[in-house]
Every structure is written in structure tokens, then in C-alpha cells.
Ligand binder design. Structure first.
Ligand code: ZN
Length: 75
């Protein structure tokens, strides 16, 4: 069983492992195609936008709201 150094972090990994045990970089140069990364990004964008709009609505100051009963009670 031979040990091969990782191209990224230099950790010695066995030849049988597919990814570096330290940085998880694929040792044999088999990288995930970029299209998967783009697909993940496209899937994340709607979630990020929803979260941003929710946070914006939550942070926006609410207008003071008085019910008619409260208004008459103050007089
Ligand atoms: Zn590594």
C-alpha cells in the first residue's frame, strides 16, 4: 500500500482512498463537474432571496396600530 501526497495540503493518503482525508480534495484528479456547483448555486438563490425578504420584513418598523376601542379609552 503506497502513500500519495495530496496536491492541495500535502497530507499522505493511501492510494486506495479517493479523496484526501484532511481536505477532502479528490486525489486522483476526479473533480466534480462545474455544472453541479452551478446547479447547487441556482438552487440556493431562491432560498437566499426568501430569507432576505423575510429578514427585511421583520426588521422594518411596524406602523403604530390602534384599535378604535383603545382610541376611545384614551380620551
Ligand atoms: Zn489534502
Amino acid at each position: 500500500m503506497a502513500l500519495v501526497p495530496c496536491n492541495v495540503c500535502g497530507t499522505l493518503n493511501s492510494e486506495d482512498t479517493e479523496i484526501c482525508l484532511s481536505c477532502e480534495y479528490p486525489i486522483r484528479g476526479r473533480r466534480r463537474p462545474a455544472i453541479f456547483q452551478w446547479a447547487a448555486l441556482l438552487l440556493l438563490i431562491p432560498f437566499a432571496l426568501t430569507g432576505l425578504s423575510l429578514a427585511f420584513n421583520w426588521l422594518r418598523p411596524k406602523p403604530p396600530h390602534q384599535s378604535p376601542a383603545e382610541r376611545t379609552a384614551l380620551r
